[in-house]
Design a protein around this ligand. Structure first.
Ligand SMILES: Cc1ncc(C[n+]2csc(CCOP(=O)(O)OP(=O)(O)O)c2C)c(N)n1
Ligand SMILES: [Mg+2]
Length: 569
């Protein structure tokens, strides 16, 4: 029901957010946005989470949005604020995370005067948001925010920016407020009937069809329809890194993760050998498909469901594009697909056979360091299913993608693979802990990322959030060092860090912290910390990636013998 509200632009803005059911705003205050903070001061229902830099605020909102499959909100100010925010937005934009960025701007009268913090905000946001709106008056804020939210959620979700000059925040106005829908997805379009029929015919003839499920399955809530199609038509299911949790990974038809970063040998081979691959809600880029070999570009029938028509079939020339919502399209395909229990049984039997012979671990590394694969296995055993995992790029991503099996469907493992930015998990864990799931957070972080994002330990401590940070310390920018090892003759350059003590840094924030030397000690420390439900930092020594090569398929090929070129993106 619509209601009239009179107040300043800042107050109207706060009321509109509440009207949309958005009650958590991540941000950092700045000169141009103080009026908004004054509006928040009088609205305890709207929770502001003070982060320590705007990139961290965006990462926190990003993880909050992924964990809750909801819209995340960030508030930043002009100048340093908006420019820092851009540093976090690339990940959300590439990973299809819906975010509303509210950016205050300088007074309109000051434009062009070289004012402190002045910058062309729409131009700044253009590469990392799908839409930018500038408020021209306080009374129009409800309509502008409504449009921004609709655009963030429509089609492929992404960040949007609403830019509000400080004089608009101060301007008194009368505004009409009405409820704003924020659920995902806002609509469920279907591909053309002929395309669905074409795929159904191809599926009927296929011998070994597979599904590759991406993050779009989470966004669309397509879990039940995915499994229904797989079981009915007898299709094995692999997930991309962002698709992890699309299917119970203990299901007889689950292959695990596919791709170059954390793909299991089982999934990569099975998908490479499939004669039909249905890609669902994934960019299907070179990383997701192990350099377009799983599935291959030739000899396999490829179909691609994507809400963004331009992406459906983009990387697979000659494929069957299925532009539409994942859930609705999977349901339409399940209706058309002929039941094939024999094919389902064959697929399950083959997966069982191959699972029984996992690839050997890489091994190697100094005796003082713990094998990251064993660390992940120990963490999985002690943390169980009721935990949200947020991780950094570097060592954690391939090991968790490959080794962390998710049982019931859902996005409980957050690996930022849009861009794979360092510094994500320290603030990201704060957002995930506030997403209202009630589960503690296990953040698997790295030493390089700590150096970029240590400030996020302060809100974790201030809010006493149930986050256990397990930092894998190898004293290096190990991922890049591994590239130097494998492809540049071991000429290590600017990839070695000096020694520093993470536990002292954590204790400086009043956070419990220890360094462990063995797996049992690790398990005991994590168990106790999860139980305490307050922040902890546990440091684990791990080898450099080149000493114990993680499940990064092209690296393992390169380590096995010459002739394997550096992977290109
Ligand atoms: C913000 C950012 N800058 C640079 C990179 C490029 N990069 C990818 S991995 C990596 C090294 C990561 O080191 P660390 O976080 O310590 O993880 P490790 O590989 O050592 O486990 C770098 C520099 C990046 N991903 N993000
Ligand atoms: Mg490192």
């Amino acid at each position: 029901m619509a209601r009239q509200f009179s107040g300043t632009g800042a107050e109207i803005l706060a009321e509109v957010l509440l009207e949309a059911g958005l009650d958590t705003v991540f941000g950092v205050p700045g000169d141009t946005g103080v009026a908004f903070y004054d509006a928040l001061y009088r609205r305890p229902r709207l929770r502001h989470v003070l982060m320590n830099d705007e990139r961290g605020a965006v990462f926190a909102a990003d993880a909050f949005a992924r964990r809750g499959n909801a819209l995340g909100v960030v508030e930043v100010s002009s100048g340093g604020g908006v420019t820092f925010a851009v540093g976090g937005l690339g990940e959300a934009y590439a990973a299809s995370v819906p975010l509303l960025i509210v950016a205050s701007d300088i007074h309109r009268r000051s434009r062009g005067t070289g004012a402190l913090t002045e910058i062309d905000q729409p131009a700044l946001f253009r590469a990392v948001t799908k839409w930018q709106g500038v408020a021209s008056g306080a009374a129009e804020l409800p309509r502008l925010i409504e449009e921004a939210i609709a655009r963030a959620l429509a089609g492929r979700p992404a960040p949007v920016a609403v830019i509000v000059p400080e004089d608009v925040l101060d301007e008194p106005a009368q505004a009409e407020l009405r409820p704003i829908p924020t659920s995902l997805p806002p609509s469920r379009p279907l591909p053309p009937r002929e395309a669905l029929d074409r795929l159904a015919t191809a599926l009927d003839r296929a011998r070994r069809p597979v599904i590759v499920a991406g993050g779009g399955v989470h966004l669309s809530g397509a879990y039940a329809d995915l499994i229904a199609l797989a079981e009915r038509a007898g299709m094995a299911v692999a997930t991309t890194v962002h698709g992890k949790g699309a299917i119970d990974e203990d299901h007889a038809l689950s292959l695990g993760t596919v791709g170059a970063n954390g793909g299991s040998p089982l999934a990569n081979r099975y998908v490479a050998e499939a004669d039909l691959a249905l890609l669902v809600g994934t960019r299907a880029n070179a990383t997701d498909t192990d350099g377009f070999t799983s599935p291959p570009r030739q000899g396999t029938t490829v179909a691609q469901i994507d809400i963004e028509p331009g992406r459906a079939g983009r990387n697979y020339p000659g494929s069957i594009p299925l532009p539409g919502d994942a859930q609705a399209t999977l349901a339409a395909l399940a209706e058309r697909a002929r039941p094939d229990p024999a094919r389902a049984a064959e697929a399950a039997a083959e997966i069982r056979r191959r699972r029984a012979h996992p690839a050997p671990p890489a091994g190697g590394g100094s005796p003082a360091a713990l094998d990251p694969a064993a660390v992940v296995a120990a963490l999985r055993a002690v943390a169980g299913d009721d935990v949200t995992v947020v991780a950094d790029c570097g060592t954690p991503t391939p090991h968790l993608a490959c080794g962390w099996r998710l049982r019931s469907p859902g996005r409980r493992l957050i690996l930022p693979r849009g861009h794979g930015p360092m510094g994500y998990a320290y603030p990201g864990a704060v957002g995930a802990a506030l997403a209202g799931t009630g589960t503690p957070v296990l953040a698997v972080t790295t030493d390089g990322s700590l150096l970029m994002a240590a400030g996020a330990l302060e809100p974790a401590a201030r809010l006493q959030l149930p986050i256990v940070y397990v930092q894998l310390s190898n004293g290096s920018l190990g991922w890049i060092k591994a590239l130097q090892h494998l492809y540049y003759g071991g000429r290590y350059y600017s990839t070695q860090l000096s020694t520093f003590d993470t536990t002292t840094i954590a204790r400086g924030f009043g956070i419990d912290s220890c360094r462990v030397r063995g797996l049992d000690e690790l398990a005991a420390a994590v168990d106790a910390a999860l139980e305490r439900r307050r922040p902890a930092v546990i440091e684990v020594p791990v080898p450099d990636e080149h000493e114990a090569i993680p499940p990064v398929a092209p690296w393992r090929r390169a380590a096995e013998g010459p002739g394997s070129g550096r992977p290109t993106y």
